[in-house]
Design a protein around this ligand. Sequence first.
Ligand code: NAD
Length: 670
Amino acid sequence: METTTALSFKQLIKQGIPNELPSVKAYETNINHAPKRKEILSDEEKKLALRNALRYFKPEQHEVLAKEFLAELNNYGRIYMYRFRPDYEMKARSIKEYPGKCKQAKAIMLMIQNNLDYAVAQHPHELITYGGNGGVFSNWAQYLLTMKYLSEMTDKQTLVMYSGHPMGLFPSHKDAPRVVVTNGMMIPNYSKPDDWEKFNALGVTQYGQMTAGSYMYIGPQGIVHGTTITVLNAFRKIGKEPKGSLFVTSGLGGMSGAQPKAGNIAGCITVCAEVNPKITQVRLDQGWIDEKITNLDELVTRVKQAKENKETVSIAYLGNIVDVWEKFDQENVHIDLGSDQTSLHNPWAGGYYPSDVSFEDANEMMANEPELFKEKVQETLRRHAKAINQHTVKGTYFFDYGNAFLLEASRAGADVMSETPTIGREFKYPSYVQDIMGPMCFDYGFGPFRWVCASGKAEDLAKTDAIACKVLEKLKKESPEEIRQQMDDNIQWIKGAQENKLVVGSQARILYADAEGRMKIAKAFNKAIKKGKIGTVVLGRDHHDVSGTDSPYRETSNIYDGSRFTADMAIHNVIGDSFRGATWVSIHNGGGVGWGEVINGGFGMVLDGSKDAGRRLESMLFWDVNNGIARRNWARNKGATFAIERAMKSEPSLKVTIPNLVDDKLLADI
Ligand SMILES: NC(=O)c1ccc[n+]([C@@H]2O[C@H](COP(=O)([O-])OP(=O)(O)OC[C@H]3O[C@@H](n4cnc5c(N)ncnc54)[C@H](O)[C@@H]3O)[C@@H](O)[C@H]2O)c1
């Protein structure tokens, strides 16, 4: 009889779900686990969840597994099938180490394993990559079966993924995507948060976040880069040099923790408040903050000194952000740039801590006196907004960081509504996409392009960095004034990327590029692969981009023609990418801001140095960016009209409808 331990990594992958039941695994307490999900299924529905889970296994195993899976459902709110978690190390290996008949499929296996790597994933045993519930799969049977299919597939088959479940391999053709992924696609009326709880517990859907369920997450590098671009452009928006200027914000968590590091890369003074002492210490140990201060008077003295010396420094204030805004107002510490990244999308369960209550007491109050906790949160939010308003009248520029700060503050009755509201600009302050990322990046086609060196070699990554830098430097010379700044920022970023040591997991890099930049960089990579200078490269991007995501309060919040509540752009994007040569495509419900609030999609593309790869990259990358620019242009966004007209000049077969603008005087009396 075969024992699993005797099998090699390749054999284990090819085996899929083992014939013999592996032994039960202990629940490891040193691993960061997903929280227990709320009890949502009726007894009858629990039976359905078990029936659904057991269909992955032979009937003779059902008796044992039914009891075990029911216990998982009762203890954790989900059936993860912990027993089937593989024993081999979960990490991206070199592409050569994967079994199979198809290089593209091997690259996808590498990306899947990277998303589940313990150094990358938030709750690796529950197959959650980030964002608390952003899953690659819902259970280990899905993982095992998917890897088996990928190890068997040829380049004339397509694997169909239904929200984590591998439906199977279907005959297709060489130019078709090898994998098509959907995550959380629901009939629109069944897309509320509790619907996710219920249908995910039943095992029939999952929340793929953005890059988790599309196998494209590359660790914290993406967040650091995006935040750096935001901070740099925010300073430009206000016409100030970062050097000697002060940026005040809060949160040192998953995404928010990138703010001080980004502030340092941009070159300003960053003060970031965080109430959780453990998290503050982690960021200090990691070197993502330079100093920690626990006393407000000391903080004022230190910030004044840093301003005087024009230092580049990041300071964590261990305490409530509201106290910082109020103290700086009293002490006349001028804040140049202000924002907030507490988790206000989740205000009643630890996303936002009230002032005047200790961190420990707040945690107790939240569980035992939820109504009082809510009152305290809302009271703090009103104070928070009031203090920000005091600063903005003195010249501070404040922006909402996509964390629902303005939304929750308005619900708490804070003074944050605009006195002259227009469609999409209901609040006093803009969101980061409305004022910064939208008009300065997305409308021109600049977005988070990324690649992974499938050889796993750091030297390949260094070579791709050099290639990308050379391409951008050449492009910059011919760039129109409108986009030169973006080129400069990314050249500076790529030059500092090695030094900033941003790689966690696979050998990956991110930078912001427009359609032309993405195509030229990809072409140069493909050429280098052909010449044997580097190994296979996987291209991709974050869903948080020009065309992939329809999200009315984030990615498409700077669309003011009323269409920001539609999702045609994201759907067209994924369909268009799929027949233009993407190696895999994905379309999700809810990425970034929650189920029902957004439709977001992405792609992966394998470059192997072939002519076919060269043809596909040009066709697909051109569409992948210009689709969104065309739509942003139709919404009357000036930068996008500029960019699409430029694209039409470079590619005569592109013909896009340009909007005619109405003289507002004509409508004044209507
Ligand atoms: N950076 C980005 O690119 C980006 C983009 C869009 C949205 N966001 C949003 O930003 C928010 C933060 O994301 P995250 O992953 O960092 O969440 P997180 O929960 O990991 O971190 C938030 C941190 O804020 C702290 N906090 C809460 N209330 C506080 C208070 N009053 N004073 C000081 N600290 C307080 C918490 O202790 C926590 O550590 C989310 O709502 C997310 O959706 C981030």
